[in-house]
Design a binder for this molecule. Sequence first.
Ligand SMILES: Cc1cc2nc3c(=O)[nH]c(=O)nc-3n(C[C@H](O)[C@H](O)[C@H](O)COP(=O)(O)O)c2cc1C
Ligand SMILES: O=C(O)C(=O)c1ccccc1
Length: 391
Amino acid sequence: MQNEIYFAGLGGTVPDLPMTAAGLEVLARERLSPEAFGYIAGSASTERTAAANLAAFDRYAIVPRMLRGTAAADARDLSVDVLGTRLAAPVLTAPIGVLELVHPDAERAVGAVAAELGVGSVLSTAASSAIEDVAAVSGENWWYQLYWPSDDEVAESLVKRATAAGAKAIVLTADTPGMGWRPRDLELGHLPFLQAKGIANYLSDPVFRSRLANPPEESTEAMQMAVLTWVSMFGNHAIRLGDVARLARWTDLPIVVKGIVHSDDARAVVDAGAAGVVVSNHGGRQVDGAVAALDALPDVAAAVGDRATVLLDSGIRSGADVVKALALGADAVLYGRPWVYGLGLAGADGVRHALRMLLADLDVTLGLAGFASVAELDRRVLRSTLAGPGL
Ligand SMILES: Cc1cc2nc3c(=O)[nH]c(=O)nc-3n(C[C@H](O)[C@H](O)[C@H](O)COP(=O)(O)O)c2cc1C
Ligand SMILES: O=C(O)C(=O)c1ccccc1
């Protein structure tokens, strides 16, 4: 039944939201403030890497198989085990910072809906709510994303708080030692990271607070000083491979390095102790002109083999996109912008809508393509649309 996953628990009603990721973006452009929309939709410079991320999926086509008895919903299994985390589908919500710019329920809505649907969530360091508050509603399967501040003691404190709060993995984002060149934010004169909306994890951190002359709650000026203190420690160009091992001394959790697109880097971080990598170019928001994430995936997957878990983000918009990423070597994907538009349009309901759309589309696509489980997907499922006849 086409809509089983989508309608489960909805009582058969269709929310008043578009049924595609592209449709959500169009509606978000109409309804959200220009600042919020520009922040989400914007990428680095000419935004050609953001476009390349989507175009890369068009260079592969799924070749459906027939008469295999897999089109019935109860014949299918989308579940996966990633780093000891059992997920109902190979999907986690990507870490997205400053979500209060979009909706007051921010990451609490995202964590709760992901848990309700049995998928994972990754909480950003630049979140609008404190780690412990998000953990309280996010169920079991959430990971913590670390932007390693230039103050190591603050970094250590954040990691230890996330570990104590029940995170199942630490995701070290390697591609953002500083912010990319983002024309949309610059044109609006609006720098989201200068807002007090993305520093809840710092304001709630005892080590960070010890760096401030005055409690931020005391006055507008004290809050501004807190924001500037955060900005001064956000960028950290000094992080190196050896820091992966240092991070591992602060926590027993598996470490995943996010933002890997070169196979040498993938091999090196796994040698340095990472249990996983996220093949990602940050949705094209960092290095414009960088390789599309999907194009980087096969080499990275080959480089790490079965030594580490491989995830992919940057361009996942549909069920077919998930099938292609898994077929090219990913164990799971991070889902980004579409649910952020959903959050902005309808809070938790919008996040649920965006996630269910992806899961239902994946379920139907997998079954109609002739596969009973995501574990069956490999390169033979696809053909290159560039390669001419044959597989
Ligand atoms: C508005 C926005 C904020 C983001 N904030 C973070 C963040 O705080 N930490 C992080 O590791 N990645 C962050 N990312 C990158 C995402 O985790 C993910 O890599 C990216 O959104 C994937 O691209 P896609 O959404 O186009 O599929 C952000 C992305 C967007 C669009
Ligand atoms: O905008 C981003 O991509 C991002 O990663 C970020 C980092 C810090 C604060 C807000 C967003």
